[in-house]
Write a protein of this length. Structure first.
Length: 100
């Protein structure tokens, strides 16, 4: 089980990414070179002043149940360990243990 502070930090990052997404996209578009090939350095400076945690790259997938950062399965939003337990218990529709 992950520490509650790690889970809270990740939630905070997700909120910050969502908050600054539109502003970041607008600044990126403004910073691109125009027809003359000139770059808008003012927009680049403003882009750099945004908080680091506003970047989408800093997000890390975590298990919804335990908060485990490794072995995350995107399709289900949980870690491999929780997936196996839930699948064995029949809690995930359409998933069953393979046998041949």
């Amino acid at each position: 089980m992950a520490k509650e502070s790690m889970k809270a930090r990740e939630v905070k990052r997700q909120r910050m990414v969502a908050k600054y997404a539109a502003k970041k996209a607008a600044l990126k578009k403004a910073a691109l070179a125009d027809e003359n090939g000139e770059i808008n350095y003012e927009a680049l400076a403003k882009l750099q002043k945004l908080p680091k945690n506003a970047s989408k790259v800093r997000l890390h997938n975590r298990c919804e149940i335990t908060g485990r950062p490794k072995g995350y399965m995107r399709q289900f939003g949980i870690s491999r360990i929780q997936f196996r337990e839930m699948a064995s218990a029949g809690l995930i529709p359409g998933v069953k243990k393979a046998s041949w």
